[in-house]
Design a protein around this ligand. Structure first.
Ligand SMILES: O=C(O)CCC(=O)C(=O)O
Length: 260
């Protein structure tokens, strides 16, 4: 097997206060990840890509989503590999952690609150358990009390199998360009949009390098698209290994398939 590589590098480590907030509450708000101008560009591109509304209550009958955005636009790359997001992931997950899923979510006026859930539920592990999954949801519009801001239940990452009560959830109110970063065990969901304007967000979910990703990037991206992805996004979609050989292709590092 050729050289090992890591998504962790010389990044500035995550501030202890952010890690403490995560340990205590299960989430932390990161302000000012991208500028308002960048949000405007993301919004313009997202509104070009969004199509139909969801098919069920979880997707949201009044929510538009862009699935597989990495094959459709480069507009959200600066969020997907934002150094402050990756610094938190470096502290939480093993080197060569993966992007599990990326999505653009536009909650339209009149949408009901989404069912509360935790992102690692599909793994069916007894709770509470170690962190194997973490995510961010970035506000591209300002998130307010009543426009569909992501709702979280503080401390619920430590729960066992008790079920959440909607009344315990609090909105992540934050200005456009900020994000809520949270552990895969935290109960959360999109909020109800009681305004007359849509609420746009970008989300990235990440997982341990030995866990199956929610999205099958190998089938969503052409080899040429994968070649053109910048690092560390290319590694995070799956052109990486969990040492010594998980993820190999015919004995070799998967990057060789791309001729790189
Ligand atoms: O849009 C949001 O604020 C949350 C969405 C979410 O958690 C999901 O769709 O899984």
């Amino acid at each position: 097997m050729p050289e090992l590589e890591s998504t962790a590098n010389e990044r500035t480590p995550a501030p202890p206060a952010e890690l403490e907030a995560l340990a205590q509450n299960g989430y932390v708000i990161l302000e000012g990840l991208v500028s308002r101008e960048q949000c405007d560009q993301i919004k313009q591109e997202s509104l070009r890509l969004v199509e139909r509304t969801g098919a069920n209550r979880f997707e949201g009958h009044r929510t538009q989503r862009v699935y597989a955005p990495l094959g459709k636009t480069r507009a959200i790359d600066d969020l997907i590999d934002h150094p402050r997001i990756l610094a938190l992931l470096d502290a939480l997950l093993l080197p060569n952690y993966l992007l599990s899923q990326a999505q653009i979510i536009n909650i339209l006026p009149g949408e009901d609150a989404q069912l509360l859930h935790h992102d690692d539920a599909l793994c069916r592990l007894p709770r509470p358990h170690q962190t194997i999954h973490a995510a961010f949801i970035a506000a591209i519009d300002d998130f307010t009390e009543d426009n569909g801001a992501t709702m979280v239940i503080p401390g619920s990452h430590l729960w066992g199998h008790e079920l959440p009560r909607a009344d315990d959830a609090v909105p992540c109110v934050m200005p456009a360009g900020s994000a809520v970063f949270f552990l895969g065990t935290l109960w959360h969901g999109g909020g109800a949009n009681r305004t007359d304007r849509a609420r746009l967000a970008v989300t990235g979910q990440y997982c341990e390098p030995w866990l199956r990703q929610h999205e099958n990037f190998f089938l969503e991206l052409t080899l040429q698209q994968a070649r053109e992805l910048r690092e560390p996004i290319r590694s995070m979609v799956g052109f990486s290994i969990h040492p010594p050989f998980m993820g190999m292709v015919d004995r070799h590092h998967p990057r060789r398939v791309l001729g790189l």
